[in-house]
Design a protein around this ligand. Sequence first.
Ligand code: CA
Length: 219
Amino acid sequence: MRLAVVEDDDGVGDALVEAFTARGHHADRMRRGADLLTAHRGYDAVVLDLGLPDADGLHILRQLREVSSVPVVILTARSDERSIVRGLRGGADDYVVKPPRIAELLARIENVLGRRPEIAAPPARIVQTEDVRVDLAARRVEVAGVEIALTTKEFELVEALTERPGAAVSRQQLMDRIWGDAFVAVSRSLDVHMTGLRAKLNRPGLITTIRGYGYRWGD
Ligand code: CA
C-alpha cells in the first residue's frame, strides 16, 4: 500500500513510517495539512492527525473530500465522542485514538480499503455532442469534421468535462485534476484556458458556466 502519514509530531510520524515500511508498505510523511492537499494523489490511504500546525485536521479533511475519496483514517489524541462523531461525519472512514497499536491501525486501513466500491468502468472513449467529436484515446477533437489543435491544458479540460457529459464539474475538481491543486491561485489559469478552449471550439452553449460552481459539457 502507498500511505500518506500526515503528522507533525516527529516521534509519532517517524514511528508510523518505520512500522509501515517494516511491513512492506510505502509511507510518506507530511507535516502540514496543506502538504496533503497538494499531494494526495497516488495514495491508497491517508492517516490524518487532527492537531496540525497549519490547520485543524477536520478542516483539511473537508477540503480533501471536495476533490478526493481516498480512504482517510484519523489518528488523534482527541478521544471524546464529539470529536469522533465529527471526524466520521466529516468524511473520515475510521478513527483511531493515540497511541496507536500499529497492527490494529493497519488492519483498520485494510478494512477501509476492502469496503471501497470497485473503480467505475472506464469512461467512453468517443464523445459526440452535436457536431463536436472528442476521441479521448487519440486525444483529438473535431468540430464539424475538422480537427482543432488544442493545448495540453485545453485537452485536459475537455477530458474532464466529457467524462460525464451533461453533469456539472466544479472548478475545484478541474483545478485539482489539471493543476494538481485546488487550493492555490490557479483559478485565473483555469479561466484563461477555458476562454481559449471555448474560442477554438466556437460552439457557444457547448460548455455551460454554472455560476458559483463550475461547468457542464453539453445538454
Ligand atoms: Ca499533532
